[in-house]
Design a protein around this ligand. Structure first.
Ligand SMILES: Cc1cc2nc3c(=O)[nH]c(=O)nc-3n(C[C@H](O)[C@H](O)[C@H](O)COP(=O)(O)OP(=O)(O)OC[C@H]3O[C@@H](n4cnc5c(N)ncnc54)[C@H](O)[C@@H]3O)c2cc1C
Length: 434
């Protein structure tokens, strides 16, 4: 029987993991990546003496398989950290998660949050509550926590109306302490161990891209600098810009689904319509290398208030002291935007810098020595009311064309790095040889 030709589009973690797991099955797959380095969002940059990632990229393992795999690939170059994350609530620092640390708030606000939580906990929980994120927040946490943190922060983060989006991912990503935990946080103040990201792992040396590079080394033969400019669904053939065509029997697709509108043909009207319905936010990421120390041992801080342009600032030098030279600090800022809430690209860097100093995140002694901009077009897929119908139609169509949708943007889901790796494993396992 002639060997089936398998092609993997994209060498982010999902594509790399699919190729790695295929190899483990004794199969070959040709991987095409448009950039000159592998990793997708899991890449890093050397900027002068600083190491920057694309915003913060920290490994949170829920699964022993992925932890073992990452540790093996990184050959010991992996350290575990206990989260040290904060919320800057108009100048008052509260440990993250807000809902478990009410004691750090001014008494009146803390009481309001606690009493509203108790009131909400007594009400019956509507079915399908995850279909409306705003209702989910009010029902889960009460109107106090909603008003003082959850709603303003998430409005900023999603850059879209919370009434119009669902949150099937909420149980996975949002810590939901019990009433006794909340009372404990109200009485005792600072507590740390809640949620999926209470601990994280990060390479000791080099940025997060050490993981992608380790995958690349074991997979071998990845074609980089290869932009796939068309997918002929009838002929089962891809065109690589400037390099010709390649035929496939099965295609593992990890590139963002909306890109199919530009490169896949023919697309039936119903699928084109579904693709047009997909929505996402984008992340403008400004990384900085600065003189002096800043923000003690904090890993990252959330900024819920409207007046501050970024929603989060994190500190690379506290993930690994190899990320910044001695006596200096490195940080990332994240601004979310969307078609409903655009950013002004001419002003944004100035606005971010002004807010860093205004909020006290940087002080006069932190003179900026390096700036690095990453405009991340596809940030977080938005689960609006069209999401399930559109993604189901698209994936069924792709599957009928022998295309396996995979990864955060190929499967169009809110996935972490760990989940992208697991999704690559799933895709490799789904490929049939006959
Ligand atoms: C701002 C932000 C912060 C995040 N922080 C974390 C975190 O702290 N922890 C965590 O676990 N997860 C985090 N994530 C999620 C994590 O980045 C993703 O789950 C994971 O990296 C996705 O991998 P992927 O392979 O699915 O997609 P990608 O990394 O996007 O890979 C897709 C690849 O396809 C390539 N490609 C696209 N089009 C073409 C084309 N036409 N031809 C050839 N190649 C193409 C791209 O260049 C890219 O390399 C974060 C995500 C964002 C947006």
């Amino acid at each position: 029987m002639p060997e089936k030709k398998i092609i993997i589009l994209g060498a982010g973690l999902a594509g790399l993991s699919a190729a790695w797991h295929l190899k483990k099955r004794g199969l070959g797959g040709a991987v095409f990546e448009k950039e000159n380095t592998v990793g997708g969002l899991c890449r890093s940059k050397q900027a002068g003496d600083f190491v920057f990632d694309y915003c913060g990229h920290l490994l949170h393992f829920r699964n022993n398989y992925t932890l073992k795999l990452a540790a093996r690939l990184l050959k010991g170059n992996l350290a575990q950290h206990e989260r040290n994350a904060w919320i800057n609530n108009s100048g008052i620092f509260i440990r993250y998660p807000f809902q478990a640390n009410l004691g750090a708030l001014p008494r009146q606000i803390a009481m309001e949050c606690l009493l509203e939580f108790i009131y909400a906990a007594k009400l019956p929980r509507p079915v399908n509550i995850q279909e409306n994120f705003l209702k989910w927040i009010n029902t889960t946490f009460g109107k106090g926590i909603a008003r003082h943190f959850m709603v303003p922060y998430n409005r900023k983060f999603w850059a879209t109306s919370l009434n119009r989006i669902g949150c099937p991912w909420s149980d996975k990503f949002i810590p939901q302490p019990s009433l006794s935990d909340i009372i404990d946080g109200f009485l005792a103040g600072s507590r740390n161990h809640f949620g999926y990201n209470a601990n994280f792992w990060y390479p000791v040396k080099g940025g997060i891209d050490r993981l992608s590079r380790a995958f690349e080394k074991e997979v071998g033969g990845i074609s980089k600098g290869c932009y796939v400019s068309s997918i002929d669904l009838k002929k089962k053939e891809i065109t690589i810009k400037g390099r010709g065509k390649e035929r496939f029997d099965t295609l593992v697709l990890t590139i963002p689904l909306p890109e199919l509108m530009k490169i896949a043909n023919p697309l039936p009207g119903k699928i084109l319509k579904s693709l047009k319905k997909l929505r996402w936010n984008s992340i403008f990421n400004l990384n900085l290398g600065v003189e002096g120390s800043c923000q003690d041992r904090k890993h990252w801080t959330y900024f819920p208030q409207k007046e501050t342009i970024f929603f989060r600032v994190g500190f690379f030098h506290n993930f690994s002291n190899n990320n910044a030279p001695g006596g200096r600090s490195s940080l990332y800022t994240e601004v979310s935007y969307s078609e409903n809430r655009p950013i002004d690209r001419k002003k944004i860097v100035k606005q971010v810098l002004a807010d860093l100093y205004r909020s006290g995140t940087l002080t006069k002694k932190n003179r900026v020595s390096v700036l690095d901009v990453n405009d991340i077009k596809y940030g977080y897929p938005i689960y609006d009311r069209n999401y399930f119908r559109a993604t189901t139609a698209i994936k069924e169509f792709l599957s009928a064309s022998n295309i396996i949708a995979c990864g955060r943007y190929g499967s169009w889901q809110y996935l972490s790095m760990e989940e992208a790796i697991l999704d690559g494993r799933r895709a490799a396992g789904e490929i049939k040889l006959w």
